[in-house]
Design a protein around this ligand. Structure first.
Ligand SMILES: [Zn+2]
Length: 367
């Protein structure tokens, strides 16, 4: 009998069912834009991207300047997102996931992306799992008391974290980024989230494309965090500061500018460590307990340049990959943030001298 002998029944079976299986796999791949599990605390953080109808900013042809989101073929209709997510969840959920982050093409609370019924279906299935924290991202114009209240009929609000891309508290910078988000709108959303007892996560860009040097970048980040602390008053335990070191991506409007394509140097990795060290000092000195998480570059986009260390000639230093990898420990070991930042800032690599000359020596007033 030949080794790969298949009965005629087997062949028929393959012909009947294989195309369907392949088709389902392809659809699944196309409609799930992100499916990543990363070490986080004592479990895993699971990032799930759903190909929903695109963000309102894309629909209005007014994308944020750094956004690389362009292709949106065959999005899942808003009424079907819930069912689609449930099927995907059942096949991919594992018990070691402690936190799930659901990314739509823009806003979870935008009815044009995710219908009310779909939102309920997603929350119901997540509530049956042992996942402790659920991050839902939205632009502020879709955050209303009614929409958020809908969810807490099915889940403990403490499990929910509503994430908003604030980027910076500097209004002029945000305007230049074409973000289309006013500070009062942001404060109003925070108050609703707070009133319902949910957690709040603010994304802040480190060295957004409106800032040209690392020192200014740190000043902007620290100022933004201090302002967030004052907005959240004595409720900062609900606050998560999600720092996203800016990186240049294909299809974004900044990528059309030759400066950002060829000359712009995303923030130094030492600067990332230094920023987190400063924020951790503020946290300890003021006895606050807001959380800090660090974003990376796995975002279903094609990158042009990402944060690195640089050699004397301005090229990317060979130590970059190792340090980028090491910085991931910030999220894995939140209790040891300072050990991690110290380790990076005590690097013996030659490039650190260039960083001190360019940036470090200008940061004295921060210590
Ligand atoms: Zn180096």
């Amino acid at each position: 009998m030949p080794r790969y002998w298949i009965s005629s029944e087997g062949i028929m079976c393959f012909i009947r069912f294989a195309p369907k299986t392949i088709l389902i796999c392809l659809i699944m791949k196309f409609r799930i834009t992100l499916n990543l599990k990363e070490a986080y605390g004592d479990g895993y953080r699971w990032k799930v991207g759903l190909n929903t109808v695109p963000c309102i900013k894309v629909r209005k042809r007014k994308r944020c300047s750094f956004c690389g989101f362009k292709n949106w073929k065959d999005p899942v209709p808003p009424q079907k997102v819930g069912k689609y997510f449930s099927d995907f969840f059942k096949k991919n959920y594992t018990q070691d996931i402690s936190r799930v982050e659901i990314y739509c093409s823009g806003s979870f609370f935008d009815d044009s992306e995710v219908s009310r019924n779909s939102r309920t279906e997603i929350i119901k299935i997540l509530n049956q799992s042992s996942i402790k924290k659920i991050v839902l991202e939205s632009r502020t114009e879709f955050i209303s008391l009614k929409k958020l209240s809908d969810l807490i009929k099915y889940i403990n609000p403490k499990k929910l974290i509503i994430a908003v891309g604030l980027e910076t508290t500097n209004d002029a910078y945000r305007r230049k980024l074409a973000k289309g988000l006013a500070k009062n709108q942001f404060i109003k959303s925070f108050e609703i989230i707070q009133e319902l007892g949910m957690g709040f996560q603010a994304y802040l860009l480190l060295k957004p494309p409106v800032i040209r040097n690392d020192r200014e970048a740190i000043i902007d980040l620290v100022k933004s965090v201090k302002e967030l602390i004052s907005i959240t008053k004595n409720k900062e335990s609900n606050l998560t500061v999600a720092i996203q070191p800016f990186f240049v991506v294909e299809n974004s409007s900044v990528a059309k500018d030759p400066y950002f394509r060829n000359e712009f140097r995303p923030v130094w990795l030492y600067t990332i460590a230094k920023s987190i060290e400063i924020l951790d000092k503020i946290r300890k000195e003021q006895g606050l307990d807001f959380k800090i998480i660090l974003g990376n570059y796995n975002d279903n986009v094609e990158t042009i340049s990402i944060p690195s260390n640089y050699n004397k000639q301005g090229g990317i230093c060979a130590c970059s990959e190792k340090i980028r990898e090491y910085l991931k420990n910030i999220n894995c070991y939140p209790q040891n943030v300072r050990v991690i930042t110290d380790e990076v800032l005590n690097s013996k690599c030659n490039c650190k001298k260039s960083w001190i000359k360019d940036v470090g020596s200008k940061l004295k007033n921060f210590d």
